[in-house]
Structure formats: C-alpha cells, structure tokens
Design a protein around this ligand. Structure first.
Ligand code: PEP
Ligand code: MN
Length: 360
C-alpha cells in the first residue's frame, strides 16, 4: 500500500464542506431509539449514522448487542433520513449480514484489529467490495499492527479505506479511558497522508467533558473527521453511558469547533503553522507527563534511601547518567550545553523530591 491517492476518493466524492461526522449510539438498543437518534442527527452536520449491533465487551455480563435484528432498524433509519449507515463487523458472518442489509460503512473494532487471523477473515469476506471500510487502531499502541490490518484490506482489493483513532489501553489509570498517544496517528499520517484519519473521541475520553478538546486537537492536526457516540438519553444508554453526548450537544460542538478552511495562501500558511504547533503541544504534554513519572520514581528512591540511611547525592550515579544522556543527545542533534542544562534542572528537582520524602 504505497501512498495511494485513491484511498481518499470515497471522502472526496462526498464533497463535504467540513470534516466528516459519523455519529450515533454506542449500541442499537430498540427500533425507536435508533430512529429517534437518526432523526435528531439529521439536524446536525452528521453524514453517517453509527450503531453497534454486535458489541465486543471486555468482560462478560455486559450488553452484547441486539444482533442482526438491529440491522433492519439501521436500514429503516437510512430510508427515513437519508443518512448513510455504519456498524462494526467482527467476523465473516457479520460482514455477510451487514452487506445484506445495505450498511454503507463497515468498521473493524479495536479488539479485532489486534488479530491478523480475524482481520484476514473479514478482508476475505469483503474481497473487491466498494463499501467503505474503516479500521480502528488496535487496543495496544502498535502502529505496524494497525497498518498491517489496512494492508490486508488493500490487498483484498478493498480500496475505500480509512482509519479511526480510538486511543490505546494502558494498565495504569489515566484521565483517559484509552490514552490518545497522538504520536502514533501523527506517524501514520506522515507515512500515509492520503489515508483518511478519523478521531473517535468517545472511546479515548470515556467521559463527556473532554470530548470537545480531543476533537479540537484532531482538527488542528488535520484529521478528516470525527466519530462521536451520541444518544438522546446518554445516562441511560445500555453501553458506554458515561461517554455519550446528545445530538444537541454534538450540534453545538460542531458550531464551536474551529474547523480549518482549505483555501488561499494565507489560510494554508496558518493551517500548516497550526498543525505544527499542535504537534509541539502533543510532545510538550508528553514531556511533562514523563517528568512527572520520573519524579514519582525519585520519591520512591527517596523512601528507600531513608529506610536504608543512605545519602541523597550519589555522585558516581549522577555522572553516569550525564555521560549517557550527552551521548544520546548527540544522536538526536541536541547540544551538550543543552543536555547539561536540562539534566541539571531535572536532577535538582529530583533531589528536592527526595529531600521532601526524607524530611517528612
Ligand atoms: C464502539 O465503537 O462502540 C467500540 C466498541 O469501539 P472500540 O472497538 O474502539 O472499543
Ligand atoms: Mn462504545
């Protein structure tokens, strides 16, 4: 899969004046629910109605989807509103049923993308299709695995492809349900600028209050669209209740988001600058997070030294760190002067942390 411009054709053909919006409930629950949400979304910038029919749940005992019956509701919603429809497929049987019910966009879920066997089964079932296929990132932060899935579809002659960034799971609890790890989709975008990239802020956030900011970051990074879980009564949704927003919220959000226009030299300059600045913001955020983690480890070392009655400053260890970092700095085009400055500051902060632990 070289940098193939055809990959973007399906999106260009839609001739949208704004990034594509895919919205709808995490799960189709009842016919009334699907139809009501579809009609409400008709009044927003939404082009595609999403709804999960088969739900992959990490733990058993949660709602696992209504199954094939829900496909009829999606079909009816399309007839009544003209919205395109999208659902998740996780095996060849799902593909067969979705195609029979005229679903326009099939997406591969994060728990499926991790498995090359299942991805291949779905790619085989879709061989030569004109349908749009969107591939969510795998649950683990592995760009090659994500691209591997895209390549399997491409080799199966599925040309209308795109990817969905839904974040990556971590063992430690963070403010996100799934860590965005923006660097991964940014790397993907650099490698395949013509592969449409869509943000799923809902599964990254796991909560409503940070969805807007995630969407804004994605638009500033030139993403092609958003997939947002939307329900008229989010709190009572049968799955992912805490992260869904109402169609009215979605409408307001698309009004408030800064969407970049793509004409004129001055605008292009601003867009490019904005994209680069957002990349810097992402890295700065990672720097602060890494420094915070480093200081937590310093606290642990402080506690250990206290227990064993050892001095805070270990000159030999410190000189070893500096020597290593100067060499690594060189490999990354960072001057010795800069490395010395940064690491002296980090070391000082580390000592302060340890002192605090020891004196407490
Ligand atoms: C979903 O879109 O509802 C879903 C299950 O997503 P993911 O595969 O990203 O967890
Ligand atoms: Mn969901």
């Amino acid at each position: 899969m070289e940098n193939n411009k055809n990959l973007r054709n399906w999106l260009n053909k839609m001739e949208l004046a704004h990034p594509i919006v895919i919205a709808g409930p995490c799960s189709a629950e009842t016919e009334e629910q699907v139809l009501k949400i579809a009609h409400q979304l008709k009044e927003t910038d939404t082009t595609v109605l999403r709804a999960g029919i088969w739900k992959p749940r990490t733990r058993p005992g949660n709602f696992e989807g209504v199954g094939a019956l829900g496909l009829k509701w999606l079909q009816k919603a399309k007839e009544e509103t003209g919205l395109m429809t999208a659902t998740e497929v996780a095996n060849a049987n799902h593909v067969d049923l979705a195609l029979k019910h005229d679903v326009d966009i099939l997406w591969v879920g994060a728990r499926t993308t991790v498995s090359p066997f299942i991805v291949q089964e779905i790619a085989d079932a879709l061989k030569g299709t004109d349908k749009i296929v969107l591939i969510k990132n795998p649950v683990n932060p592995d760009l090659a695995l994500w691209l591997g899935a895209v390549e399997r579809f491409y080799e199966s002659d599925v040309k209308n492809l795109g990817v969905i960034h839904r974040g990556f799971s971590t063992y430690e609890k963070t403010r996100y349900r799934n860590n965005p790890e923006w660097q991964i989709p940014i790397d993907l975008q650099n490698k395949f600028p013509d592969l449409p990239l869509i943000l799923d802020p809902s599964h990254i956030a796991g909560r409503r209050d940070i969805i807007f900011d995630l969407c804004q970051t994605a638009l500033d990074l030139n993403y092609d669209g958003l997939m947002v879980e939307t329900h008229f009564d989010p709190d009572n949704a049968w799955s992912d209740a805490s992260q869904q927003i109402t169609p009215a919220n979605l409408k307001q959000m698309t009004i408030d988001l800064r969407i970049r226009k793509q004409e004129g030299d001055a605008v292009e300059f601003k867009n490019k600058l904005n994209t680069l600045r957002t990349k810097i913001d992402v890295l700065d955020h990672q720097l602060i997070e890494s420094l915070g983690k480093r200081m937590k480890i310093a606290d642990n070392i402080g506690a250990l030294k206290k227990k064993n009655n050892v001095a805070i400053l270990q000159t030999k260890r410190w000189n070893e760190i500096l020597g290593k970092m100067i060499l690594e700095g060189e490999e990354n085009q960072l001057s010795e002067e800069f490395i010395l400055k940064i690491f002296k500051a980090i070391h000082q902060e580390s000592i302060n942390h340890q002192k605090k632990v020891i004196n407490d």
